[in-house]
Design a protein around this ligand. Structure first.
Ligand code: ADP
Length: 804
């Protein structure tokens, strides 16, 4: 179609930011006066005009060098004048031209141009055909990706067969910069142009593809974020409905996290709790496992990891407090104060654990409580009696449903500070079996080297127990596992004398009971003698627990009378005591005693302190059978055998038929058969009862004794002398035979008791018999209960001492 025009002059319209390709029909807005003038000149001429782009869009008055040297010769199809001096024209591209020269002498641009003919290039026609198809195909993809080019354009492009037309149509449709379009315009051979277009299509296709995937990704992310936000809001609404969020809108998890911040846990524990909180967050809240985890977190957060109370360091105040709470016990208090002093000086809490040993009711637990008060520490009591499972101390692993920390950690939670005083009661009653050894777990609790990182199976992380002041209590020392015993500083509280009990009752128990029962001192009075009567006839114990209960009973009865209006005040006296406490429970043991054949009084040391122990022996005709009854342990049985052998070996001296072991049956019984008895310390008592029964010489009722016997009759030392003497004193027996080697133990016995006792030290059984047996035998036919009654002198005298 290109006309054969060589160089010719045409008006020139510089274009800003756009191009017109041959074959294209394009509307243009024209505003610059020179351009409008050029259009007018063109219309005056043959209607043709040269369009060429200027290099820079913003140049208002371009110079010739500002205009590209390749442009398009067009024909103006329409002109429309619009308001504000603008002109809209519709042009059709005719052919490429090269601008040789530009002239603006006449108030508009004129260009001297050469028309560029259409050049096919060097390409083979088939090759060109293939190129055309590729371009069409790529353009198809480009249009589908971009969506900005109308589908009709694609339709018309696929129908174009002429490569020149195709190339320029596509070039004008591409969404590329005008500079790039200008480059396409400047490529004259059509094959080269098509190749350039194909390259551009590839590149644009790729960019569009990338754009699309980026858009998709971004959209997906946006959608996800939005979706999550929406879901979370929904969950929140549901949780509020279900009451799982509190009024502040906090979830359980948030609240747990807050609590974790406040609890000031050590690093390891904190990490563990955080981990569990995250686990809980991902669990269905009502599941069994969530309950387990929740429970665990709750335990961890409620332990006193870093809470402590401030210690009172003034020893004088501590001493005052100990005295306030307990009377007597001077040695014990002194030991406790020394202990506190040393702990203060060494400034570390490590050191032996205190162990208070003594019979029940002597104030071991309440003394420990006073230590807590004196130190201004929290106090808790933990009873170990019957604990036989290690897990009770150290807890169960969390794999068990309903598992819990052990008692130590439970106590720490209740007590609420990390430096309390904890009393471990009845450490001598620990048992052990197949479920593990609680003693070894306890060892870890008590050992200052280990207890700073005590690991409870349930908690799984160490808890520091090193600031806890442990005090243990026990009734007897010998059942405490030796490794535990080694770690403890033993302080023994042996039991109280009658006088001490009286003091305790008067100064502590009585006022305590008045207060507990809401009575004022003027409403109830009790005489000293009455208190003694309560002690002797209504209690039988080493401590003061029953005494306290009896006094409580009196107060309760009086309180009832007062409330009923029967009286306004009461005086409790020796004569009206039975009204409150009923008939007396214990007749002081010695009161109903008399000298009997075959009945000897021993002294025993039991869990409740010292006791008196009656041993009865009967001899009947028979074949030499020995029967032992009264629930005796092995040691005691052996001791009985030894005693028998001794008596046999001394038969001649004692005037016993040497063949008695063939002609007589012997029955030995220790009353209160339901109470198990064991130990070697009844040896000399058994021998005395045997000798008495075989010789018919009565045993003096006012003599009691204790000591182990050997086959040769030697008397060996035994334990619990102080408690035994207290028991003898309680029972009103003044004369006591003790092994000579126990003399040293008499130092521990209170002086006021010793002064009232007549103690004889013996080292051989012959001496025992000499002191205990009457010289004269009674008639063998006379049964023991027919003996003439001797008045119960000992008891009366003893009772009288206080009545006076
Ligand atoms: P334990 O632990 O030795 O079995 P407790 O500590 O339970 O005995 O004491 C029993 C009661 O006796 C408590 O009320 C205690 O206050 C009181 N008590 C024991 N000894 C004394 C004492 N020396 N002074 C004051 N009260 C005492």
């Amino acid at each position: 179609m290109a006309e054969k025009v060589s160089s010719q002059m045409f008006p020139l319209l510089p274009l800003r930011g756009t191009l017109v390709f041959p074959y294209m029909v394009t509307p243009l807005e024209v505003g610059r006066p020179r351009s409008i003038e050029a259009i007018e000149q063109a219309v005056v001429g043959d209607g043709r005009i040269v369009l060429a782009a200027q290099h820079h869009v913003q140049t208002e008055e371009p110079q010739p060098e500002d205009i590209y040297t390749v442009g398009t010769l067009c024909e103006i199809k329409q002109i429309l004048k619009v308001p504000e001096g603008q002109v809209r024209i519709l042009v059709e591209g005719l052919s490429r031209v090269t601008l040789e020269h530009i002239d603006d002498a006449n108030g508009y641009y004129e260009a001297f141009v050469t028309v560029v003919p259409e050049i096919d290039g060097e390409m083979h026609s088939l090759e060109l055909e293939a190129l055309v198809r590729s371009v069409q195909e790529e353009f198809g993809k480009y249009v589908r990706l971009g969506k900005k080019i109308p589908a009709e354009v694609l339709m018309s492009v696929t129908s174009i067969e002429d490569p020149h037309r195709l190339a320029d149509t596509i070039a004008s449709q591409l969404l590329i910069s005008f500079q790039e379009k200008q480059k396409l315009l400047e490529i004259f051979p059509v094959d080269k142009r098509l190749e350039a277009i194909l390259g551009l299509l590839f590149r644009e296709g790729e960019i569009l593809g990338l754009e699309k995937s980026i858009q998709q990704r971004v959209r997906k992310q946006m959608e996800k974020a939005q979706r999550e936000y929406y879901l979370r809001e929904q969950i929140k609404a549901i949780q509020v409905e279900l009451g799982e969020r509190d009024e502040k809108g906090k979830t359980e998890i948030e609240e747990l996290k807050d609590r974790l911040q406040e609890a000031r846990l050590p690093k390891e524990a904190k990490a563990k709790v955080l981990h569990e909180i995250h686990r809980l967050e991902r669990m269905p809240p009502m599941s069994a496992e969530a309950t387990v985890v929740r429970n665990y977190i709750d335990w961890m957060l409620s332990l006193p990891w870093s809470k402590r109370t401030r210690d009172r360091l003034d020893l004088n105040v501590a001493e005052e407090m100990l005295n306030e709470d307990h009377c007597g016990l001077d040695q014990v208090k002194e030991r406790i104060l020394e202990f506190l002093a040393v702990r203060q000086l060494t400034k570390n809490s490590k050191g032996p654990i205190l162990c208070l040993v003594g019979p029940p009711g002597v104030g071991k637990t309440s003394l420990a409580q006073s230590v807590g008060r004196a130190l201004n520490r929290n106090f808790a009591r933990l009873s170990l009696g019957g604990v036989r499972d290690e897990a009770e101390i150290r807890g169960h692993r969390r794999t068990y449903i309903g598992s819990m920390p052990g008692r130590i950690i439970q106590t720490m939670r209740t007590v609420g500070s990390r430096n309390p005083v904890i009393v471990l009661d009845e450490i001598d009653k620990l048992a052990s079996d197949f479920r593990g050894d609680p003693a070894s777990a306890l060892l870890e609790v008590l050992d200052p080297e280990q207890n700073s990182s005590f690991v409870d199976h349930y908690l799984e992380v160490p808890f520091d127990l090193s600031e806890v002041f442990f005090i243990t209590t026990a009734n007897v020392l010998h059942t405490i596992p030796p490794p535990l015993r080694d770690r403890m500083e033993v302080i023994s509280i042996p039991g109280y004398t009658e006088y001490e009990k009286f003091e305790i009752a008067k100064r502590h128990l009585w006022p305590k009971q008045l207060e507990a029962n809401g009575l004022k001192p003027e409403q109830i009075q009790i005489s000293d003698n009455t208190i003694y009567k309560v002690i002797n006839e209504y209690t039988k114990e080493a401590g003061v627990r029953t005494l306290e209960r009896r006094l409580g009973t009196i107060c309760r009865k009086v309180a009832t009378e007062i409330v009923k209006g029967q009286t306004t005040s009461a005086r409790i006296t020796v004569s009206n005591l039975h009204k409150y406490l009923g008939v007396r429970r214990y007749i002081p043991t010695a009161a109903d005693r008399e000298d009997k054949v075959g009945v000897a009084t021993g002294l025993a040391y039991t869990q409740v302190g010292g006791e008196i122990l009656t041993i009865e022996v009967t001899v009947v005709e028979g074949k030499g059978k020995l029967t032992l009854t009264g629930k005796l342990g092995d040691v005691m049985r052996e001791s009985a055998q030894a005693a028998l052998s001794y008596v046999r070996s001394r038969a001649a001296e004692l005037g016993i038929d040497p063949k008695f072991h063939e002609t007589k049956d012997i029955h030995m019984h220790i009353p209160e058969g339901a109470v198990p008895k064991d130990g070697p310390s009844a040896g000399i008592t058994i021998a005395t009862a045997l000798a008495s029964a075989l010789t018919n010489r009565p045993v003096r009722h006012d003599v009691s004794m204790t000591g182990e016997i050997t086959l040769r009759g030697r008397v060996l030392p035994v334990g619990g002398i102080k408690e035994k003497l207290l028991a003898a004193h309680r029972a009103g027996i003044a004369r006591v035979l003790l092994p000579a080697e126990n003399e040293k133990d008499l130092e521990e016995v209170p002086a006021n008791i010793l002064s009232k006792m007549r103690i004889t030290l013996v080292d051989h059984m012959d001496q025992v018999l000499a002191h205990a047996l009457h010289l004269e035998a009674v008639a063998p036919e006379t049964p023991a209960f027919m003996l003439p009654e001797t008045p119960p002198v000992g008891s009366e005298q003893w009772m009288g001492e206080h009545e006076a």
